[in-house]
Design a binder for this molecule. Structure first.
Ligand SMILES: C[S@@+](CC[C@H](N)C(=O)[O-])C[C@H]1O[C@@H](n2cnc3c(N)ncnc32)[C@H](O)[C@@H]1O
Length: 268
């Protein structure tokens, strides 16, 4: 792929998704594009690129599905989840504050491990309270796998034994999450850079957006952060990956230091 073609493509990807492929990622993108062009019978990049831009979206979705990084597993960043379970949840559960319902969003949920982990925590800690988990991603392939809910050894290796016994069964090809958890998580496609769609996301008490914005630049991160702000209830929390920070991006959230983690909060 010529550098000029790579530049046109990365600019297009950036505008559509917020994901910024640096020049050193040319090989990564190129390999996927070449495979995709071959499988779809394109020999000219120009033709392929205009089909991506002006086609009905299917070709673009296929390429996108091959480009995103989807690494995830159950109980990832355990300390932060412990903070959620032991320090944040008690602010809503046990004192009646969460009686009207607790709404949680896993934004950039990949194959679903984060959302099902949160469902296990809620099932264990928020009994008797109405709660719902929304889990969204831009990649339709990972969403289909999340809905299927079957995982390999790598994905479940950090699930505590007691929860593993309670919420998983051995099936052909791996471990299936229980129907109980599957009923509690709603998976659907949302592009974090789609302003109109993002404005429809409302009423959340906590948003988990971990290891997603690391692929964005600061301008896109800021845009997403402001959408999260309007999607959160007053005093709602936003959980980022441990290498990520909100402070550099925007001051609309204040960092709150808990025993096990620092979490960002919308002012009440
Ligand atoms: C590395 S995974 C993180 C999974 C999980 N949150 C975790 O921490 O284990 C990043 C996910 O973000 C998704 N993603 C990237 N850009 C996105 C966008 N613009 N809108 C929605 N999801 C996006 C990718 O498809 C991918 O599944």
């Amino acid at each position: 792929m010529r550098k000029a073609d790579f530049d046109r493509l990365r600019e297009f990807i950036y505008r559509q998704t917020g994901i910024l492929f640096e020049p050193q990622k040319q090989y990564y993108v190129e390999r996927r594009v070449e495979q995709h062009m071959a499988s779809r019978g394109y020999s000219s990049f120009n033709e392929y690129f205009s089909a991506l831009r002006f086609g009905r979206g299917e070709l673009w979705q296929e390429l996108l599905n091959s480009l995103t990084v989807n690494e995830t597993y159950f109980f990832r960043e355990y300390d932060q989840l412990k903070c959620f379970a032991e320090e944040v949840l008690p602010l809503w559960v046990g004192n009646g504050a969460g009686r009207a319902g607790i709404k949680i969003w896993s934004a950039g949920c990949s194959t679903g491990e984060e959302a099902y982990t949160l469902a296990i925590i809620m099932e264990e800690m928020a009994q008797g309270y109405p709660w719902e988990i929304h889990a969204t991603d831009i990649n339709t392939e990972v969403l289909a796998r999340a809905q299927e809910g079957v995982y390999n050894d790598y994905a479940v290796r950090q699930v505590p034994d007691v929860y593993f016994t309670r919420y998983f069964t051995r099936v052909n090809g791996g471990y299936a999450v229980s129907p109980l958890l599957k009923r509690r998580v709603k998976f659907y496609q949302v592009n974090l850079m789609d302003d109109a769609r993002m404005r429809q996301m409302k009423g959340f008490h906590a948003i988990f957006c971990r290891n997603v914005l690391i692929y964005f630049d600061d301008a896109s991160r800021r845009r997403v952060a402001l959408h999260f702000y309007q999607a959160l209830e007053p005093n709602g929390y936003i959980f980022l990956g441990h290498s990520e920070s909100m402070s550099r991006i925007t001051t609309v959230f204040k960092p709150v230091r808990f025993k096990n983690a620092i979490i960002y909060q919308k002012a009440g």
